[in-house]
Design a protein around this ligand. Structure first.
Ligand code: GLN
Length: 233
């Protein structure tokens, strides 16, 4: 399972998800504390931020600790909306940039932490950029968003349909749009930390008090109006 994290709030660097916190995604790439599937996340990484309303991303297939340019870039990639992920490829999935989160479409950036049979997504997926299951899932979400379906309807609908086709599916999703962050907990851990903004992460990025577990099978939405968690069972 991969690990992912996002931020919505006052402008911060991507490093605030990766190498600033003690247990940020850099540390989680080789020493995650709550990972149930896989032990290291060495099959690539990516992060995304917003330049005004335009999403920018950086994706690599090397382990995050092996990219000497990452710390410098993550320190200056500053935004009020951030997303980052480190990857442990599911067996049989390709290791290539196009299989690495964050996936992008329009203003949307997306990361998937989990596993799903692609056959379950066949009716939903639309022109995925990779054979990776996460790319198929991303394409299914993006297709609905492009049709104008609101994010808070799109995510439960895609997750329910995928889980119907593959009851074993693990479908933790993280989506940013520049002014909002949405996350699904479905089969793996998800945590939030409210401060002057909201941190969302597969597992806590540090040992400060205040990290709260999001119940399984729920949808979290963070926007300038606040944070809500709703059941999607
Ligand atoms: N199934 C996805 C992949 O192969 C995500 C893997 C994960 O969450 N570890 O990249």
């Amino acid at each position: 399972m991969c690990r992912h994290a996002a931020w919505l709030g006052p402008v911060r660097p991507a490093a605030s998800l990766i190498d600033d916190p003690e247990h940020g995604l850099l540390r989680q790439s080789y020493a995650p504390r709550m990972q149930k599937y896989g032990t290291v996340n060495a099959d690539g990484f990516g992060f995304g931020w917003y330049d005004g309303s335009r999403p920018v991303r950086y994706r690599r297939t090397v382990p995050i600790w092996a990219d000497a340019n990452m710390p410098g870039l993550a320190a200056v990639a500053r935004s009020s909306c951030l997303i980052a992920a480190v990857r442990s490829a599911t067996v049989g999935m390709p290791i290539e940039e196009t299989a690495t989160a964050p996936f992008a479409d329009g203003r949307w950036l997306l990361s998937h932490n989990g596993r799903v049979r692609r056959e379950a997504l066949r009716p939903l997926a639309a022109d995925p950029e990779s054979m990776c299951d996460s790319a198929w899932l991303a394409s299914a979400v993006f297709a609905r968003l492009r049709d104008g379906v609101p994010l808070t309807d799109t995510l439960p609908a895609v997750v329910r349909a995928a889980a119907e086709g593959d009851p074993q599916a693990r479908l933790n999703l993280l989506v940013t749009g520049g002014t909002e962050v949405a996350a699904v907990a479905w089969g793996d851990t998800l945590f939030t930390h409210l401060e002057e903004g909201v941190l969302v992460a597969s597992e806590p990025l540090d040992d400060r008090p205040g990290w709260r577990a999001v119940p399984d099978r729920s949808l979290l939405l963070a926007s300038p109006d606040g944070v809500s968690v709703t059941s999607i069972d």
